[in-house]
Design a protein around this ligand. Structure first.
Ligand SMILES: [Cu+2]
Length: 205
């Protein structure tokens, strides 16, 4: 009988420790890939849509030094839509032999990188949620968007309008933004409950 009680004790302690850990860090527990599909109201898949998921308790800003990139190649931005977490810095390497002059007049992030070749020395930090529209002073047709979100959970839909995001189990808020909505729009928001093989978002985007 004493032997039985003794062998039970460590197990119970471990269980209690796991419960405490799970309660203290709910956003780390039970993360799993959640497939999401964005469609129009008529059911047509929406490719190249920015999808972000707001999870209570999750960190709003990126780890210091987080860096992403928008290159310029063949007189185009690549990618032409970048989704990043608040606090991320973006580098703008120029892979063309011609010079570019990248700018944004958007309230989310106003900046200008005057005529340059190669990689400009300093990346641009995006420290506010929202969308910045990017252009080039030399090449009017160059256009890109940096969509900045206050969550580490985000992605961009593929040709089928689908994106897989690793999410903690639970009920969250999902937000979809596309260039059609314009930079002033925060995006279309709706609830998202994890667990379905495919969460379909029908929205006017
Ligand atoms: Cu240019």
């Amino acid at each position: 009988m004493p032997q039985h009680a003794a062998s039970n004790l460590p197990q119970r302690t471990v269980l209690r420790a796991m419960t405490v850990l799970a309660c203290a860090t709910p956003w780390l527990a039970w993360s799993a890939p959640q497939m999401i599909q964005v469609t129009t109201e008529a059911g047509q898949p929406v490719p190249n849509a920015a999808v972000s998921v707001l999870v209570k308790g999750a960190k709003t800003t990126a780890a210091p030094g987080t860096t992403k990139e928008i290159g310029q190649k063949d007189k185009a931005f690549t990618p032409n839509l970048l989704v990043i977490q608040t606090g991320t810095q973006v580098a703008f390497p120029n892979f063309d032999t011609v010079r570019h002059h990248v700018y944004s007049f958007s309230p989310a992030r106003t900046f200008e990188i005057k005529l340059y070749a190669g990689t400009p020395a300093a990346p641009v930090v995006f420290d506010k949620a929202g969308t910045a529209t990017l252009g080039c002073n030399i090449h009017d047709r160059m256009l890109a968007y940096v969509h900045v979100v206050d969550t580490p959970y985000f992605g961009i839909t593929d040709a089928q309008g689908k994106v897989s995001i690793d999410l903690p189990d639970g009920e969250h808020r999902l937000r979809v933004w596309t260039p059609n909505l314009g930079e002033k729009s925060p995006g279309v928001e709706q609830p998202l409950k994890t667990g379905l093989p495919l969460a379909i978002v029908r929205a006017k985007v």
